[in-house]
Design a protein around this ligand. Structure first.
Ligand SMILES: *[C@@H]1O[C@H](CO)[C@@H](O)[C@H](O)[C@H]1NC(C)=O
Ligand SMILES: *[C@@H]1O[C@H](CO)[C@@H](O)[C@H](O)[C@H]1NC(C)=O
Ligand SMILES: *[C@@H]1O[C@H](CO)[C@@H](O)[C@H](O)[C@H]1NC(C)=O
Ligand SMILES: *[C@@H]1O[C@H](CO)[C@@H](O)[C@H](O)[C@H]1NC(C)=O
Ligand SMILES: *[C@@H]1O[C@H](CO)[C@@H](O)[C@H](O)[C@H]1NC(C)=O
Ligand SMILES: *[C@@H]1O[C@H](CO)[C@@H](O)[C@H](O)[C@H]1NC(C)=O
Ligand SMILES: *[C@@H]1O[C@H](CO)[C@@H](O)[C@H](O)[C@H]1NC(C)=O
Length: 484
């Protein structure tokens, strides 16, 4: 049975509203008072980040479509509409576009900074009885899109019952399967650094002016993208590189090795361990069987990926003046986003559950070993004589390195995904292949929450791609059903 959902009965009052009608988002009207909002629009888009604004922009290419974008933060100005800031005057702080939620559990990272509730009242004041004639489009991101669904009665039944929200659709996957890239820094100092190096740009004004002049006049020199692109992979041919170019580069060096490269002696053993895991063992107690089945299917795919010599598994971003940021691109641990039972109208409870699957710690241990091996023994890196201090070299057993990893790990690099996953419903999925939420009519999710597993890259490009695809689907639907 299908239901239509009236979101605004239970939604937070939005702080700021943009209608894009009828032209592009760059000529959107910026509404700041509830009285300016019409009773209905063709589409309501919840969230004015990358995905929401991309979809709004595409839909309003046809002036017949009216679209209301509801954003809880604020936009800097209409030229800079792609950037959403929290309405607390935090614009200069970095990262600015984040809410202030502190995650629970072992990794209580700050995730976001909050819009100011007084400002919210001042701007809008009352709940909006606004209706979508055609579709409601969730684009509030992997933390707030599942929150919006749960508050509207679409989500795990036991959770909804606990917060006394009438169950519209029992959909166990909403807010589960939460993933983010995890990261940590391996610290070292070079004993004999090359000249010039990126520090020279900061410490030697004469040198910096020379570099700037080269770039400004001829678009060449160490800050040019040409150099960055030509010498990106530390693991390849650094031996042959001209030392001054390599070390003077202002940019980090990035390498994204596959596991057989990270750990040639252990990758087979690790792949087998992935595949043989009991999928229920590392998920929260009471996890629905559909979600366990979905996780099992993911483990199988991940076990194949980890064996492959062509799949980027982890990332090392080295700075030529010490410190390598290492990132797990395909974590196995799965977190949760659930309404707060003591305050269902407040911010949801974010639990990264990073390293809840011990394989994630194990992989970081191998990656630290790679960093040490590589930096201390290879070519010019060796000549620079790195001295590792974090973790110190005497921290070397699996156990000691693992404990160190868990003491410093960052559970997020702001790539949250997975909480409204596009997967079959019997595998814990929330949306089907047209991004429509199972069991309800005309409610679509168009942001990073639909990605079922993390990609081995930054997520923003993929979010644009999902939004473009969503816009095509929505426009197709509008035509097909003759609604426009
Ligand atoms: C974040 O919230 C805490 C209270 O939870 C508050 O003390 C702090 O000032 C807030 N930070 C920002 C940047 O709003
Ligand atoms: C590494 O070098 C930096 C600056 O060059 C210095 O501040 C720091 O104390 C050094 N760290 C260690 C552990 O030697
Ligand atoms: C600063 O840079 C200039 C220009 O490259 C160079 O000639 C000079 O030796 C540098 N000074 C120091 C202290 O390294
Ligand atoms: C892999 O094992 C061989 C044989 O035991 C050993 O010589 C080699 O150092 C190991 N490689 C790494 C990267 O640990
Ligand atoms: C849940 O809500 C209660 C009541 O407002 C609050 O005290 C608590 O901090 C919230 N929990 C989290 C993890 O935000
Ligand atoms: C490493 O050495 C430091 C002192 O240099 C000591 O405090 C620490 O406990 C040692 N760690 C291990 C794992 O041996
Ligand atoms: C991801 O984004 C960060 C920060 O913008 C950047 O430094 C890094 O190079 C990017 N990584 C990849 C693989 O593109």
């Amino acid at each position: 049975m299908k239901h239509s959902v009236a979101f605004f009965a239970v939604q937070t009052i939005p702080a700021l509203i943009v209608t894009a009608t009828p032209a592009s988002v760059f000529s959107a009207q910026h509404l700041t008072r509830a009285t300016d909002v019409a009773h209905s629009y063709d589409c309501l888009i919840i969230g004015g980040g990358i995905s929401g604004l991309t979809v709004a922009d595409r839909l309003t290419e046809d002036p017949k479509h009216t679209v209301l974008v509801i954003e809880y933060g604020y936009f800097g100005n209409l030229e800079d509409i792609g950037t959403v800031y929290p309405p607390t005057g935090l614009r200069k702080s970095s990262p600015a576009h984040l809410y202030n939620i502190t995650a629970v559990g072992k990794y209580p990272a700050k995730v976001f900074s909050p819009p100011d509730s007084n400002l919210v009242k001042q701007l809008v004041g009352v709940p909006l009885p606004v209706k979508a004639k055609k579709e409601i489009i969730l684009a509030a991101g992997a933390i707030h899109s599942p929150q919006a669904l749960q508050r509207s009665g679409v989500g795990p039944k036991t959770l909804l019952e606990a917060v006394k929200i009438p169950v519209v659709v029992s959909l166990p996957g909403v807010g589960q399967n939460f993933q983010d890239h995890t990261s940590l820094n391996v610290g070292y100092n070079f004993t004999t650094n090359a000249w010039p190096n990126p520090n020279t740009l900061k410490t030697n004004e004469t040198y910096r002016l020379e570099v700037d002049a080269l770039w400004n006049s001829r678009k060449i020199g160490i800050t040019s993208p040409e150099i960055s692109l030509k010498y990106p992979l530390m693991l390849t041919t650094t031996l042959e590189l001209d030392r001054s170019i390599l070390h003077a580069r202002a940019h980090e060096q990035l390498c994204i090795p596959p596991l057989p490269r990270i750990s040639p002696n252990k990758s087979e053993e690790l792949a087998t361990a992935y595949k043989n895991q009991d999928p229920a063992a590392y998920l929260p107690i009471g996890t629905d069987k559909s979600i366990i089945a979905g996780y099992k299917a993911q483990l199988k795919l991940l076990a194949a990926g980890i064996r492959s010599k062509d799949t980027a598994w982890m990332q090392m971003a080295s700075s030529p003046i010490g410190s390598t940021a290492v990132t797990n691109l395909h974590p196995l641990s799965r977190g949760t986003i659930n309404l707060n039972v003591s305050d269902p109208a407040g911010e949801p409870i974010v639990d990264f559950r990073a390293t809840s699957n011990p394989m994630d710690t194990r992989l970081f241990v191998e990656l630290i070993r790679l960093a040490r091996r590589y930096l201390a023994t290879q070519g010019v890196m060796k000549e620079l004589s790195p001295v590792f201090f974090n973790p110190p070299l005497n921290v070397s057993s699996d156990e000691d390195l693992g404990a160190w990893v868990e003491s410093v790990l960052l559970p997020t690099v702001y790539h949250p995904i997975g909480t409204c996953a596009m997967m079959p419903r019997e595998l814990g999925g929330v949306v089907h292949d047209e991004l429509l939420v199972y069991g309800v009519e005309r409610v679509r999710v168009v942001d990073a929450s639909v990605m079922p597993m993390l990609i081995g890259a930054n997520t923003s490009q993929t979010v644009y791609a999902v939004a473009e695809k969503a816009a095509d689907l929505i426009r197709g639907l509008l035509k097909k059903k003759g609604r426009s």
